[in-house]
Design a protein around this ligand. Structure first.
Ligand code: ADP
Ligand code: MG
Length: 392
C-alpha cells in the first residue's frame, strides 16, 4: 500500500493548502460537547503551519442539506480551534464568494482561515465539479485529513482532487495504518460487535469472518439473530429486513460457527421492571436492553485470549444507567487487554462515547474518530476520499 503522505511536500513556504478536516462535533446552544475531533487534527495543522503554509481549513457540521442554517455554523468551532492552537484563526463566514477569496489572498505564511460549513452548499453534497473547482481555485495543494467522511462522494473529499495535487493528512495516515493492522491481524482476533443497525454491520462481520477467531455479538444486532432463530424478542429493537441480511451474509455462506451470541440478557417490561433472563425466556411485553452477567464472563474469556481486538457498537442501551453494564464492562476489558498484550481498536460514534465514560481510552491502541468510514474501510469498500491518496 502506498500513501501520499505530507513528507512528500518538500516546500510549503507561502503555499496555500486546502485542508479538509472533520469537525462534525455536537454543538448544543453554541457549546461544543466534545472537541476530540479538533484535537485529532492538530498534528496536521502544526505540520503545515510550521512549514510556512497558508491554511484554508474546511469541514462540514451536521447535515443542513445545502441550506444555510445558523445552528449549523462552524463559528463556535473556529473559536475552539483558536483556543486549542493558542493562535489566531480567521472565520470566513461563508464557504465561497468574493469576500472569502479576498480574505484568503490576504493570508500570510502560517496563517489560518476556516470556511463556513461546506454542507451549506448543495454543490458539496452533489460532488459538483464547478463547486469543487471553485474551492480548489483558492489553493495550491489539497490535504485530506477527514477520514470520517472519506466514504462519501462529496465535493471537498472527491471532485476537488481533479483540480489540485492531493495528499493525506497525518490523521488519515494513522487511521489507515491502524485499520490495516486489523485486516492482517495477529491471532487470535476477537471482534466485538453491537449497536443498532444490522444493515451497516453485517457486511463487516462477513468481511472479518475468515480472519476472526470469534465474533462476540450484543446490542440490537444480537436481537436480529435471536429473532431469526425463532426466539421471542418481545418489543426489542430489531431491523425488519434483518432476515434477508442474515440469509445473504450468514446462512448462505455458512458463516455461523464463529459467531457467539449472548447467553443471558437484561430485559425490561412495559412497567419498567428489569431482570436478567435467558435469551429464550423473554416475554412478549419485554425488551432486551443489555447483555447479562454470564455473557460478560464468557466474553471476558475470549477478550483475555485475543492478540487483536476490534470493537464497534454498544452491547446495550448504555445511555440508560440500568443498561450500561455490559457495554462498560466490555470497554474496560478491551482497554485492560490492549496496548501490550493485544492490539486494540475501538471505533464508532456511540462506541467511543461509551469508552470515554470509562476514562480508559488512552489504554486502547487506536480509537477511531470515524464510524461509517471505518466500517467501509474494513469492509473493503472503495472510498472516494482516499482515491489518488492511497493506492492498494
Ligand atoms: P456506533 O455509532 O458506535 O457505530 P451504533 O450507531 O450502531 O453504534 O449504535 C448505537 C446505539 O445502539 C446506542 O445509542 C445504543 O443505545 C443502541 N443500542 C444498543 N443496543 C441496544 C438495545 N439492545 N436496545 C436498544 N438500543 C440499543
Ligand atoms: Mg451511531
Amino acid at each position: 500500500m502506498k500513501i501520499r503522505t505530507l513528507n512528500l511536500l518538500k516546500n510549503l513556504q507561502d503555499k496555500t493548502v486546502f485542508l479538509r478536516v472533520d469537525y462534525n462535533v455536537a454543538v448544543v446552544n453554541g457549546k461544543i460537547q466534545d472537541d476530540y475531533r479538533l484535537r485529532a487534527s492538530l498534528p496536521t495543522i502544526d505540520f503545515l503551519k510550521s512549514r510556512g503554509a497558508r491554511l484554508i481549513i474546511a469541514s462540514h457540521l451536521g447535515d443542513p442539506q445545502g441550506i444555510v442554517k445558523s445552528e449549523y455554523s462552524l463559528k463556535p468551532v473556529a473559536a475552539r480551534l483558536r483556543k486549542l492552537l493558542k493562535s489566531p484563526v480567521k472565520f470566513a463566514g461563508q464557504v465561497t464568494g468574493e469576500r472569502v477569496k479576498k480574505a484568503i489572498l490576504n493570508l500570510r505564511s502560517g496563517e489560518i482561515i476556516m470556511l463556513e460549513n461546506l454542507r451549506f452548499e448543495k454543490g458539496e453534497l452533489e460532488d459538483d465539479e464547478s463547486f469543487a473547482k471553485e474551492l480548489a481555485s483558492f489553493a495550491d495543494i489539497y490535504v485530506n485529513d477527514a477520514f470520517a467522511v472519506s466514504h462519501r462522494r462529496q465535493a471537498s473529499v472527491a471532485a476537488i482532487k481533479k483540480f489540485l495535487p492531493a495528499y493525506s493528512g497525518l490523521l488519515v495516515e494513522q487511521e489507515v495504518r491502524a485499520l490495516n493492522k486489523v485486516l492482517k491481524p495477529k491471532k487470535p482476533l476477537t471482534v466485538v460487535m453491537g449497536g443498532a443497525k444490522i444493515s451497516t454491520k453485517a457486511p463487516l462481520i462477513a468481511k472479518l469472518y475468515s480472519e476472526a477467531d470469534n465474533i462476540l455479538l450484543g446490542g440490537g444486532l444480537a436481537n436480529n439473530f435471536f429473532k431469526y432463530q425463532g426466539k421471542e424478542i418481545g418489543t426489542s429493537l430489531f431491523d425488519k429486513d434483518s432476515a434477508a441480511f442474515l440469509k445473504k451474509y450468514f446462512v448462505r455462506n455458512k458463516l455461523k460457527s464463529k459467531i457467539i451470541l449472548p447467553i443471558d440478557v437484561v430485559v425490561q417490561d412495559k412497567k419498567g421492571r428489569v431482570r436478567v433472563s435467558l435469551p429464550d425466556k423473554v416475554a412478549k411485553n419485554e425488551s432486551i436492553l443489555d447483555i447479562g452477567p454470564a455473557t460478560i464472563g464468557l466474553y471476558a474469556e475470549h477478550i483475555n485470549k485475543a492478540q487483536t481486538l476490534v470493537w464497534n457498537g454498544p452491547l446495550g442501551k448504555f445511555e440508560d444507567n440500568s443498561f450500561k453494564q455490559g457495554t462498560l464492562s466490555v470497554a474496560r476489558l478491551i482497554a485492560a487487554r490492549s496496548k501490550g498484550r493485544a492490539y486494540g481498536l475501538v471505533g464508532g460514534g456511540e462506541t467511543v462515547s461509551a469508552l470515554n465514560l470509562t476514562k480508559m481510552s488512552e489504554y486502547v491502541d487506536w480509537v477511531s474518530t470515524a464510524g461509517g468510514a471505518m466500517l467501509s474501510y474494513l469492509g473493503g469498500e472503495k472510498m472516494p476520499g482516499l482515491e489518488k491518496i492511497i493506492s492498494f
